[in-house]
Ligand binder design. Structure first.
Ligand code: NAP
Length: 298
């Protein structure tokens, strides 16, 4: 193995500690505590874990967490009414509705009902438009975390050949926009792309956000490339029946060719919650007319 390991867990821990300091300074200056409302509808076990972890992370950073747990048969109207209440609550600076939602609720309608200035997931069409037109706004947490790791590793991204594999609205597309904003030359690849291996081999920066374990192998990489593996895939070992997490990149073969690579777990994953806290503090700063502290946003 020759690649440097990009330790997202350690970076996220430092970022969370810094956010804690910035939150304390904000509270002292404004007499206001940044608040994040997290809404969970139903009993999805994975979502329950995510919501619990978000609550703990908020508390550790000095951010007030407001948890709203609703029954699985909650109507869309009832959820929209809660979102409207949170939109007008001055103690709430960020609103996150945990996905997926039960089938009777249209997630698009709910996400568009969140006030854009409180949309800490960065999924509202207004924040998508702001990102795409280079205006300040709230940026989706996982791509923001990737960008922070890339800037930390590479410094200036200007002119770099970047390939993003995956074009989802939550990872691939915003990631590509962020890289473009930092003046990289960006290619977005997807399931209809021809000769994906050749496209990947061009990349000085490769971001894999596909959801297919080990799809990208070392022979697809340009030597020395910086590889960000966003994939989180639960894989069951046939012999033992045990499950483990695997990225979209085959780690061993990729690490022999890449210059630097994020592991799974412990790479991009821990950055998502850290960036959720950063977005909540950003939203609180803007609500109070304060500048967002440097390095916490794109
Ligand atoms: P998604 O919505 O399913 O999108 C997957 C993308 O990959 C699509 O654009 C799809 O192309 C593309 N794709 C699928 N098969 C492909 C193939 N054979 N060749 C090339 N492209 C292919 O997934 P997502 O939400 O973006 O998530 C991607 C991965 O990141 C998942 O493993 C997810 O668990 C992980 N993730 C991690 C975090 C985190 O670290 N916190 C957060 C979010 C997601 P088409 O558009 O053509 O279908």
């Amino acid at each position: 193995m020759s690649a440097a390991i990009i330790d997202g867990k350690a970076f996220a821990a430092r970022l969370r500690a810094r956010i804690g300091e910035e939150v304390a300074a904000f509270r002292a200056a404004e007499g206001v505590t940044p608040g994040l409302a997290v809404v969970l509808v139903g009993e999805d076990p994975a979502s329950q874990v995510y919501v619990r972890n978000k609550g703990k992370a908020c508390a550790a950073a000095g951010i007030e967490g407001f948890e709203h747990r609703l029954d699985a048969d909650t109507s869309e109207e009832a959820l929209l009414a809660l979102v409207a209440r949170l939109n007008s609550d001055p103690a709430v600076h960020g609103i996150l509705v945990q996905l997926p939602l039960p089938p009777q609720i249209d997630p698009g309608r709910v996400l568009e009902a969140i006030a854009p200035e409180k949309d800490v997931d960065g999924f509202h069409i207004s924040n998508v438009g702001r990102l795409n037109t280079g205006q300040p706004g709230l940026v989706p947490c996982t791509p923001l975390g990737c960008l922070m790791l890339l800037r930390d590793r590479l410094g200036d991204l200007s002119g770099a050949e970047a390939v993003v594999v995956g074009r989802s609205n939550i990872v691939g597309k915003p990631m590509a926009q962020l890289l473009l904003r930092d003046n990289a030359t960006v290619t977005i690849a997807h399931s209809r792309s021809r000769d994906l291996a050749a496209i990947c081999r061009r990349a000085e920066i490769l971001v894999a956000a596909v959801g297919r374990p080990g799809m990208i192998t070392g022979d697809w990489l340009r030597p020395g490339a910086t590889v960000m593996d966003v994939g989180i895939n639960r894989v069951t070992e046939p012999e033992t029946g045990t499950t483990r997490l695997e990225g979209d990149v085959e780690f061993e073969s990729a690490a022999a060719v890449a210059g630097a690579i994020t592991p799974v777990p412990g790479g991009v994953g821990p950055m998502t919650i850290a960036c959720l806290l950063a977005n909540t503090l950003s939203a609180a700063c803007r609500a109070q007319g304060r500048a967002v502290p440097a390095g916490l946003t794109a």
